[in-house]
Write a protein that binds this ligand. Structure first.
Ligand SMILES: [Zn+2]
Length: 503
C-alpha cells in the first residue's frame, strides 16, 4: 500500500496536495549497485528492465555513436531517483514523458531524478538521448569498445554495455532487445538475435535486429565494420546468420571454416543440453586483435586470433555451450562463474571425445597429473575465485575436472540427466553454484558437499586419495597428452581479459 492512497475519498483532491511531501519522503534513491559482492557498483537497485529499444547511428570514420535508448522498466521500490550504468554523453532524459534531471557520478553511474517520484510496482518508460566516441571513454582505466580499422565492437565480460547503451548492467536484470543501427552504405551492423530487416536511404543503411528472449546486458553486442554475411538454417530449422570481416587476411578461411559449423555444433550440443534456448543463431569475427571470444547471446564474438593456427571448432563449441550454460541460465552473482565456464570447457572435452581426440576422462587425468601441487592453478577456487581470478584458467580446467569427478561419483546416467535438466530448470533465469549442487543432489540422491568442497573450494590440489575416490588419474602411469589438448589450451586465453579490475 501507498500512503498517497490513504487519503479519504471525500477529501482526496485537497489532501492529495498536502500528502505529497509525506509521500515523497517515503521515496528513496535506488542503490547505485545491484548488490554483487565482486562488483558492488554494477547494476542498480529499485527497478527491473523488461525491454531495451536502441535506435543508433554510427560513423566508422570518426567512431561517433549517437542514439536514443528507450527502456521499459518496473519499479521494485518507491523511488525518488535511480541510476543507470553508462559512459557516453547524455543530452536528455525523459521519464514517463517528462524531462528528468540527470548527472553522472562514480565510474559509470548516470543518476536520474524524475520530475515526480515513482511508486513501487509502477511501469516506467525511460528515454535517454546520447552521443559520444566510445573508444575515448574509459572506466577503471579500460575500455570494452574495440576500435577496428573499419568500425568498432562492443564485447567484454562482465562489462560491455557502458560504451553503447545505458542499462541496469547485471545478469540479474535480463530483458529483450530491439537494436536498430544506421551505418554508411557498404558497412554492416551486427547484433544479437534475428535480422528483421535492412533499409537504405541517402547513403545510410539501417540494420534492425531483435533479440526476443531474456538477455543479460553483457551478452548484448554490437559490431560495425565491413563484413561478409552468410545465412542458413540448422537441421532443426533455426535461422543462422554469421558475419566475417572482409579484412581477416590469412585467418579468413580458417575463421569461416570453423564458424560456418555453428549450426551443426549447436545441433550436436542439443544431444547433451536439450533444446536450443533461442530462435536465432550465428557467430561473428570482426577485424580485432583481442585475445578472447565471448558468448554474446545467439551470436558469439570470435577474435581472428583464435583461428591463427587453423580451424578451431573447439572454441565454437565453447561459446555455443554457453548459450545454455551462461546465457539462458546465467550467474546469480559473478562469483558463480563456474556454472558458465566449467560447463563450456567440459563441452569442449565432450567434443574432443566426439572427434576422437581424447576422452573427457583422459583430459581430466591429464589436467590433474600435469599440474604439480605447487602450481598456482590449485590455489584458485573455481566455486568462488574472486574477481581478480574470475577468468583464470583454473575456473575452466579445474572447473571441468570437477565435473568429471562428479560424473564418476554419480555415474553417466544421472550426470547426463543433470546436464540436460539444469538448462530446463532455470531456463532464461539465474542460478548459483549452490543451486547446482542442490540440483545434482536431488537428481542423484547422493550427498555431494564433500565432493564439491574438494574440487571447487579447496585452495590446494586434491590429494591422491581424493583423486582415487573420484576415479581421476587412477593408474600410476603418467597420462599422455590428449590430441585435442593444444586446441583446448589455445582457447585458454579466450577469457583472460587484459584490463585487470582492481575492485
Ligand atoms: Zn567461456
Amino acid at each position: 500500500m501507498h500512503r498517497r492512497m490513504t487519503a479519504p475519498g471525500a477529501l482526496a483532491a485537497a489532501s492529495l496536495l498536502l500528502a505529497i511531501p509525506a509521500s515523497a519522503a517515503s521515496h528513496a534513491p535506488g542503490a547505485p549497485g545491484i548488490g554483487d559482492p565482486y562488483y558492488p557498483a554494477y547494476g542498480n537497485g529499485g527497478y527491473d528492465v523488461s525491454h531495451y529499444d536502441l535506435r543508433l547511428k554510427y560513423q566508422p570514420a570518426t567512431d561517433r555513436l549517437e542514439g536514443t535508448a528507450t527502456l521499459l522498466a518496473r519499479t521494485t521500490q518507491d523511488l525518488s531517483r535511480f541510476n543507470l550504468d553508462f559512459l557516453l554523453d547524455v543530452s536528455e532524459v525523459r521519464v514517463n514523458g517528462a524531462a528528468a534531471k540527470f548527472r553522472t557520478s562514480g565510474e559509470h553511474e548516470l543518476e536520474i531524478t524524475p520530475r515526480t517520484p515513482l511508486d513501487k510496482g509502477s511501469a516506467v518508460t525511460v528515454v535517454v538521448r546520447y552521443s559520444g566516441v566510445p573508444s575515448a571513454k574509459q572506466a577503471y582505466g579500460f575500455t570494452s569498445w574495440h576500435r577496428t580499422p573499419d568500425g568498432g565492437v562492443a564485447a567484454n565480460e562482465p562489462e560491455a554495455a557502458w560504451w553503447w547503451f545505458p542499462s541496469n548492467d547485471h545478469p540479474l536484470d535480463k530483458a529483450t532487445y530491439d537494436v536498430s543501427v544506421q551505418v554508411p552504405d557498404g558497412t554492416q551492423a551486427i547484433s544479437n538475435g534475428t535480422l528483421q530487416s535492412t533499409s537504405s536511404r541517402l547513403g545510410w543503411t539501417r540494420w534492425n535486429w531483435r533479440s526476443n528472449k531474456p538477455q543479460a546486458t553483457y551478452l548484448a553486442t554490437l559490431a560495425v565494420g565491413r563484413f561478409d554475411v552468410t545465412t542458413g538454417r540448422t537441421e532443426s530449422g533455426i535461422p543462422v546468420v554469421n558475419a566475417y570481416s572482409k579484412d581477416l587476411g590469412d585467418n579468413y578461411g580458417a575463421a569461416r571454416a570453423s564458424v560456418e559449423r555453428t549450426g551443426e555444433i549447436a545441433d550436436w550440443l542439443t544431444g547433451y543440453f536439450g533444446p536450443y534456448p533461442y530462435n536465432a543463431l550465428g557467430g561473428y569475427v570482426p577485424n580485432t586483435d583481442t585475445g578472447y571470444a565471448l558468448e554474446t547471446q545467439t551470436r558469439p564474438f570470435y577474435s581472428p586470433r583464435q583461428f591463427a593456427n587453423g580451424t578451431n571448432t573447439s572454441v565454437v563449441v565453447h561459446e555455443l555451450a554457453h548459450q545454455w550454460y551462461g546465457d539462458s541460465v546465467s550467474v546469480a552473482e559473478w562469483k558463480d562463474i563456474w556454472i558458465n565456464e566449467g560447463f563450456a570447457r567440459y563441452a569442449q572435452w565432450l567434443w574432443s571425445e566426439h572427434e576422437g581426440e581424447g576422452t573427457a576422462q583422459e583430459i581430466a587425468d591429464w589436467v590433474y597429473a600435469s599440474r604439480p601441487a605447487d602450481d598456482a592453478f590449485w590455489a584458485v577456487q573455481p566455486g568462488d575465485p574472486g574477481p581478480e581470478n574470475q577468468f583464470h584458467v583454473a575456473v575452466y580446467d579445474r572447473g571441468a575436472l570437477a565435473l568429471q569427478a562428479l560424473r564418476n561419483e554419480i555415474g553417466d546416467e544421472d550426470f547426463f540427466a543433470i546436464l540436460k535438466g539444469w538448462p530446463q530448470r532455470y531456463a532464461h533465469g539465474n542460478a548459483s553454484v549452490a543451486d547446482f549442487r542442490q540440483y545434482a543432489e536431488e537428481v542423484s540422491g547422493k550427498p555431494l558437499a564433500a565432493l564439491f568442497d574438494t574440487w571447487l573450494y579447496e585452495p590446494s590440489k586434491p590429494g591422491a586419495s581424493a583423486a582415487r575416490d573420484a576415479s581421476i588419474a587412477r593408474t600410476s602411469k603418467a597420462p599422455a597428452q590428449p590430441k585435442s589438448w593444444k586446441k583446448i589450451a589455445a582457447t585458454n586465453n579466450v577469457h583472460e581479459h587484459g584490463h585487470g579490475h582492481g575492485r
